[in-house]
Write a protein that binds this ligand. Structure first.
Ligand code: HEC
Length: 605
């Protein structure tokens, strides 16, 4: 396909300034406020179960970026009901007039060769089994040197309130996506920019590299998969893998033998269902196989059948189903059996289907689902169920479930003697040891936390040959001291080796502070790294869980690219480690956690 929105933000900026020049003034500002109070404030307010960013957070964005969210981005389905003039007015009312731009001086001054053999971190999982375990040699760090880690450089994302991309590392460069769709290739040592690429929507996934080290692949929040030349950042192809307006790619694709396997998820459809006029719901999770050479689809397997009209809500809005069973995470590749393993999310409305909240095994050749194990049945849920007023709850299904999704990538490990195990964590606080060679039979299950809407295990785990490590979310807004902790579990038995509770947050006086730890952990020999919603990046000894290094990112940073930056809550992503350096984002804008826009690099020398 062609670049449908190429240069759209520039176009929007020009249009916006022209528009305000002609119609600007107090009248529009009042209209903007009126639109906000009528349509937006229902979700964008304190205590809203949708966790929409607060108006103060939106005010940090430029009018241009806000307009983009309303016309092309996450708020498109909601803002469709507004006239173009009202969208402009509300964007102007909320946002800043100008947007920060990155100065030319932030670009590397010398070409600098790609060091093909430099240690790397592929995608989010580091390898095909999602171990998030960096070897001692490639980590360039040990339990003895980690306490000496110092901040080497900080990089600011312009106009961003959230830093949610997964850093991937190749050839001495670190690739990172951003909220407004820029992808940066940065020199790992200095943070200077090798190139920047503009996708049409936010980029949360990590990046995978071709076998010849020439092409990188990733997905964006418009469900577009991109292939770029690694050296120059030039686009080679892009493919939109689903036409649903709310379809996104959050899990990093896997690349095996010239094929990309891309998980598709449901973005904000369950959030949109909080609007009683929204016809809920038609989005379906899917696994899509693409030819890595040209982006052409080889197969696509949906996790539920095509939705049909099922009836009407009390308010008279159409109900569609089945739907959901999104794939939020990166699949795990079983090269021996030619299978992909991945967990799914909830159904948004009835009927409950057998592939929701389930572990699925896809045949890599044909896309056929060869076995499944539903870890939680009858989990039918959408944000209508969370609305405070009964008249806003009409989209909530009759027998509502628990909203538990599987967001953590499974890890495939060997137990010796030809036995293997899949390790899967879930939002309900359970960790499962599953036999991939017995169609997903449960070998053990261990409860590590109470679990819940914000909790349990959300984004990512790490495992070596003996233990699997999880960070625990379980934040309970507005109780900032609740939740958090890191746990080590024996993979053979499911027994807890150790558990370290979250330290008491230092930011208790700040709105959005929380001890919760939803982010993914990263493992090197002897040390596990974990982030937290109070803005800390910590290193734990794998022997006993003792915290051996702790860095508070909740502050302003001087950045190498001249953009004003601040750390905040750490969520969604996790650190990546290679070549003696640790990379991590900080800042998350979903209310009630703390926004921020910084990308940090730590090293020891
Ligand atoms: C049904 C609830 C709901 C309504 C109504 C709503 N929003 Fe949102 N909005 C959200 C949620 C939830 C998010 C966070 C999405 C995310 O981060 O994935 C969000 C995010 C945003 C963002 C940030 C987008 C980004 O790229 O990070 C902007 C800007 C925004 N909303 C503006 C508005 C405006 C302006 C209106 C009114 C015209 C509005 N919203 C109405 C729920 C809502």
């Amino acid at each position: 396909m062609t670049r449908i929105l190429a240069g759209h933000s520039l176009g929007a900026a020009l249009f916006l300034s022209l528009f305000f020049a002609v119609f600007g003034g107090a009248a529009r500002a009042q209209e903007g406020e009126a639109v906000f109070n009528k349509l937006c404030v229902n979700c964008h307010k304190d205590g809203s179960p949708t966790q929409a960013p607060l108006p103060d957070v939106l005010r940090k964005m430029s009018s241009e970026n806000i307009l983009d969210a309303l016309e092309n981005g996450k708020m498109k389905a909601i803002a469709q009901r507004l006239s173009a003039a009202d969208r402009m007015a509300v964007a102007k009312f909320l946002g800043t007039a100008t947007s920060e731009t990155i100065p030319q001086s932030a670009y590397c001054s010398s070409p600098g060769p790609v060091m093909a053999n430099a240690p790397g971190w592929m995608g989010g999982g580091i390898d095909l089994i999602n171990s998030r375990y960096q070897t001692a040699e490639n980590a360039g760090l040990t339990a003895a040197t980690v306490p000496n880690l110092k901040l080497k450089w900080a990089f600011g994302f312009p106009g961003a309130t959230t830093a949610f991309g997964i850093p991937s590392i190749f050839g001495g460069r670190v690739l990172i996506g951003s909220q407004h769709g820029q992808v940066f290739s940065l020199d790992a040592k200095t943070g200077c920019i090798r190139w920047m690429y503009q996708a049409t929507e936010g980029v949360r996934t990590g990046f995978v590299m071709s076998a010849d080290n020439k092409t990188v692949y990733f997905g964006d929040q418009h469900a577009i998969v991109h292939a770029l030349d690694f050296e120059s950042g030039k686009e080679l192809w892009e493919t939109k893998i689903d036409d649903h307006p709310l379809a996104i790619v959050t899990g990093t694709p896997k690349l095996v033998d010239g094929r990309l396997y891309v998980p598709l998820s449901g973005g904000e459809e369950e959030v949109n269902a909080g609007n009683p006029d929204y016809k809920c719901c038609t989005l379906r999770g899917a696994m899509v196989a693409l030819n890595a050479a040209d982006g052409k689809q080889i197969w696509k397997t949906f996790t539920v059948d095509a939705p049909k009209l099922l009836g009407k809500t009390a308010k008279g809005t159409e109900i569609w189903g089945p739907n959901g069973a999104s794939l939020w995470t990166s699949p795990t590749v079983d090269t021996a059996k030619g299978l992909l393993y991945i967990g799914t999310g909830v159904n948004y409305t009835g009927p409950n289907t057998k592939y929701s909240d389930a572990l699925l095994a896809f045949d890599m050749k044909t896309g056929k689902i060869v076995w499944s194990n539903q870890l939680l049945a009858n989990d039918v849920y959408n944000f209508g169920c969370l609305a405070e007023k009964p008249e806003l709850q009409t989209n909530c299904p009759k027998n509502k479930g628990y909203n538990m999704d599987i967001g953590v990538s499974p890890i495939l490990r060997s137990l010796g003697g030809g036995k293997r195990i899949l390790l899967v964590g879930m939002k309900n606080g359970l960790v499962f040891g599953i036999d991939p060679d017995k169609k997903g039979k449960i070998l053990w299950q261990t409860r590590v936390s109470p679990g819940g809407l914000q909790g349990g295990l959300i984004w990512g785990s790490a495992a070596d040959e003996k233990s699997v490590y999880y960070s625990i979310s379980d934040w309970v807004p507005p109780q900032p001291e609740n939740g958090g902790g890191v746990v080590s579990i024996d993979i053979a038995t499911g027994k807890v080796n150790w558990r370290t509770p979250a330290p008491k947050p230092a930011c208790l006086a700040i709105k959005g502070c929380s001890a919760g730890q939803p982010g993914a952990v990263a493992l090197i020999s002897g040390v596990v790294f974990a982030t937290s919603l109070d803005g800390h990046l910590r290193a734990y000894s794998t022997t006993d869980g003792k915290i051996i290094w702790d860095y508070d990112t909740l502050r302003d940073f001087d950045t190498v690219n001249g953009i004003k930056a601040h750390g905040g809550s750490m969520n969604g992503t996790g650190p990546s480690v290679a070549g003696g350096m640790v990379f991590s984002n900080s800042g998350y804008s979903r209310n009630p956690v703390m926004p921020g826009n910084v990308f940090l690099a730590f090293g020891v020398e």
